[in-house]
Design a protein around this ligand. Structure first.
Ligand code: NAD
Ligand code: DAU
Length: 335
C-alpha cells in the first residue's frame, strides 16, 4: 500500500482520516477525490494542502472515466471510500442522490478496483442493521435498513460482497456507529446542537429524545479503519463503535452543560419518520484485532464542543445560504 485514493475525503470523517494517515505513514501518498457537494469542504483539509504527499482531485465517484483517470495518473493501489450522501433526514426528503452515489457510485469504484487490481475498503454504517430492539448486531446479522439512506448504504455493502465473491476484488468493510468531532457539517445532531446552543437557538430534539446512539470520537473510527485496512481479513466486515449507548436527550443535556447553557433550550419537535430508536454494535471482532477506542463519550463530546467554540470561522459561514433553506424546510413544520 502506497498510493491511496480517499474518495469523499473532503467530508467530515474522510478529512480527519486523510490528516491522520498523512501523519502516521510518511511513505504514503494520498489523493482526495471528492465531488464537493454541500457536505464537502476543502477548508477541512486546509492544514494538509501544502503536504507534498497530498493531492486533491475534484470528481464524482459515479463518473467512471474520472475515477479511472485519477487511478492511472496517481498510480493508485488502494481505494478507501468515504464518498456518500450521509444525512438520513435529507434521504427522507429526496433519496435520488443517495441511490446514485451510495449504490451506483460504489459500483463504479468496484469496477475500477476490479480493472486495476486495487485493494478496496468501504466505510459503512451500523444503520444497515436497522432498529435493534434487543441485543447487539454482529457482522453476519441480516441487513434490515429502514431509511432510504440506510438502504442505499446496504446496497453498496451487498455489491462489495458480490465483487469479492465473483471477481475476487480485495475488499473489507467497516460499519461504524455515529461519529462526533471536528469538521462535522452542522446539520447532524451533535454539531447542530452545539452551534445552536452557542447562539442560544433551541435544540430541536426529535420525539421523546429517548433514542439511543453510540457516539464515538472520529479519530477512534479513523484508527479502526486504518487497522482493518492493514490487518483486516479480506472479504470481511468489521463493526466499529464504543459499545456504549447514549440517549439523545442525555447527549443534548451534556452539550448544554459543557457550554453552560440552560436545559430550557431543548425543544421537543415532531419525530423523524421511521426513526430507528436504537442501534447497538457488537464490536468483539474488531477488538480481537487489538482495537480499543481511546475516548469515552464524555471526553469525545467535550473535545468536540471545545473545537466548535474555538472554530467559529469554520462553521458560521456554513449555516447560511442553502443551509438556511434546508433548516426552514426541515424544522419549520416540526414545532
Ligand atoms: P459527509 O457527508 O461529511 O461527507 C461526504 C463526502 O462525500 C463529502 O465530502 C462529499 O462532497 C463527498 N461526496 C458525496 N457524493 C459524492 C460523489 N458522488 N462523488 C464524490 N464525492 C462525493 O460524510 P461523513 O459523515 O464524513 O461520512 C463518510 C462516510 O462514513 C460515509 O460513507 C458514511 O456513510 C459513513 N459513516 C458515517 C458516520 C457518521 O456518523 N458520520 C458513521 C458511520 C459511517
Ligand atoms: O449510525 C451511523 C450514522 O450516524 C451514519 O451512517 C450517518 O451518516 C450519520 O448521519 C449518523 O446518522 P444519525 O441519523 O444517527 O445521525 P444524526 O446526527 O442525524 O442524528 C442523531 C440522532 O439525533 C438521531 O437519533 C436523530 C436525532 N436528531 C437528529 C437531528 C438532526 C434529533 O433529535 N434532532 C435533530 O435535529
Amino acid at each position: 500500500m502506497k498510493n491511496l485514493l480517499v474518495t469523499g475525503g473532503a467530508g467530515f470523517i474522510g478529512s480527519n482520516f486523510a490528516r491522520y494517515m498523512l501523519g502516521k505513514y510518511p511513505a504514503y501518498c494520498l489523493v482526495v477525490y471528492d465531488k464537493l457537494t454541500y457536505a464537502g469542504n476543502l477548508e477541512n483539509l486546509r492544514d494538509v494542502e501544502t503536504n507534498s504527499r497530498y493531492a486533491f482531485v475534484r470528481g464524482d465517484i459515479c463518473d467512471a472515466s474520472g475515477v479511472e483517470r485519477a487511478v492511472r495518473e496517481h498510480a493508485i493501489d488502494t481505494i478507501v471510500n468515504f464518498a456518500a450522501e450521509t444525512h438520513v433526514d435529507r434521504s427522507i426528503m429526496d433519496a435520488d442522490a443517495f441511490i446514485q452515489t451510495d449504490v451506483y457510485g460504489t459500483y463504479v469504484l468496484l469496477e475500477a478496483a476490479k480493472k486495476f487490481g486495487l485493494r478496496y475498503h468501504q466505510v459503512g454504517t451500523d444503520e444497515v442493521y436497522g432498529w435493534v430492539e434487543q441485543g447487539s448486531s454482529r457482522e453476519g446479522d441480516p441487513l434490515e435498513p429502514r431509511s432510504p439512506y440506510a438502504a442505499s448504504k446496504a446496497g453498496g455493502d451487498l455489491l462489495i460482497h458480490a465483487y469479492f465473491i465473483t471477481h475476487d476484488v480485495q475488499t473489507t468493510i467497516t460499519r461504524g456507529a455515529n461519529n462526533i468531532g471536528p469538521y462535522q457539517f452542522p446539520e447532524k445532531a451533535v454539531p447542530l446542537f452545539v452551534t445552536n446552543a452557542i447562539d442560544n437557538i433551541p435544540l430541536p430534539l426529535y420525539g421523546d429524545g429517548k433514542q439511543q446512539r453510540d457516539y464515538q470520537f472520529v479519530l477512534d473510527h479513523c484508527e479502526a479503519i486504518d487497522l482493518v485496512l492493514h490487518r483486516g481479513k479480506i472479504g470481511e466486515v468489521y463493526n466499529v463503535g464504543t459499545g456504549v449507548e447514549t440517549h439523545n436527550i442525555d447527549m443534548a443535556r451534556l452539550v448544554l452543560k459543557l457550554l453552560n447553557k440552560p436545559e430550557s433550550l431543548i425543544q421537543h419537535v415532531v419525530d423523524r419518520k421511521g426513526h430507528d430508536r436504537r442501534y447497538s454494535l457488537d464490536v468483539s471482532k474488531l477488538r480481537a484485532l487489538g482495537w480499543e477506542p481511546a475516548h469515552t463519550f464524555e471526553a469525545g463530546l467535550a473535545q468536540t464542543v471545545k473545537w466548535y467554540v474555538e472554530n467559529e470561522w469554520w462553521w458560521r459561514k456554513l449555516k447560511s445560504g442553502e443551509y438556511r433553506e434546508y433548516y426552514r424546510k426541515q424544522y419549520e413544520e416540526r414545532k
